[in-house]
Design a binder for this molecule. Sequence first.
Ligand code: NAD
Ligand code: ZN
Length: 342
Amino acid sequence: MKAVRFIEGGRPPEIVDIAKPEPGPGEVLLRIGGAGVCHSDLHVLDGEVPFKGPFTLGHENAGWIEALGQGVTGWKEGDAVAVYGPWGCGSCHHCQTSAENYCENHASLPTFGGGLGSDGGMAEYMIVPDPRLLVPLGDLDPAQAAPLSDAALTPYHAIRAAQAKLTPDATVLVTGIGGLGQMALQILKATCSSRIVAADISADKLETARKLGADVVVNSGAKSAEEEIRDLVGGRGVTVALDFVGAQATIDLASSLIGRDSRLTIVGLAGGTLSYNANTMPYGSQVMVPYWGTRAELIEVIALARSGQIKADIETHDLDEAVKVYDRLREGKVPGRAVLVP
Ligand code: NAD
Ligand code: ZN
């Protein structure tokens, strides 16, 4: 079967033929319906995360159950499912409470998940090591649903964790209106009534933010951006800042705008640094560095999609187009989320 493979950091992915996998005992073989193209893959391809290749990329996956390994019950061939991406040990306290994204044995596991250290979903088939990592999709189309497992789950987790501060009188700043940021805007609209300020450096993305219900849009590349937002929020400041870029400029912008008793959440991995000393961060402020989301939250995200409250803006491509699609993502030319469909 055809697969998009990570070889080593600093090299583009390669599209090669590999053997169709067979599910071992306890495993599930999935026929892939779609694999989302996430900006995190660019950090992997650039060698910023020390992964050892080769393995098949794609950590945002959905499809249909093709075959059940020995001993797997309760599922049937043909069921449409999303794959929960951050694979933990399954037995530590965090994993038992469904927060495998914070698995306590993370450091000693052989993979972060399919597509992040071991074979993922940019192929015709994929092995899922345990059915606990599957969430039923009902009548959602797997290609449409694939981005829910990361582009929506990650902001959902960050937003849920900030929920107590997302009151109707609060202002939330969302920076980076790409794959994750666009889902964040929809999740905020569906789960709270705070005022939403969206920031990006692309005029097209700001137009998208407006369509998705942002109350105010700001070009954060402009010198006046900080002042513009400060005029809006006054002395209270931004109550919740969600940074889906994580560059120095975006971290600086958010940390200068949050007020007392606020929350700064840095999701993006663009390499910026947050510095702290007793006088830099406002009193009462909290910082969160979230990673992905929990299994239970993926069930909730899929419920939001099934009820029509959130929907990824997808464009679909063949596996053969992977290199071109990653280049377009790097250049900021993917309007929403690209999904590879085998
Ligand atoms: P994307 O490429 O789809 O979107 C990025 C957006 O940021 C684009 O709209 C771009 O115009 C905008 N942008 C770039 N530089 C900017 C700047 N200086 N100021 C304002 N806006 C800027 O990316 P994505 O797939 O949404 O991923 C976003 C980030 O989140 C990536 O760094 C990715 O690795 C990270 N991520 C983190 C987690 C986690 O669990 N922490 C999970 C998934 C993705
Ligand atoms: Zn664990």
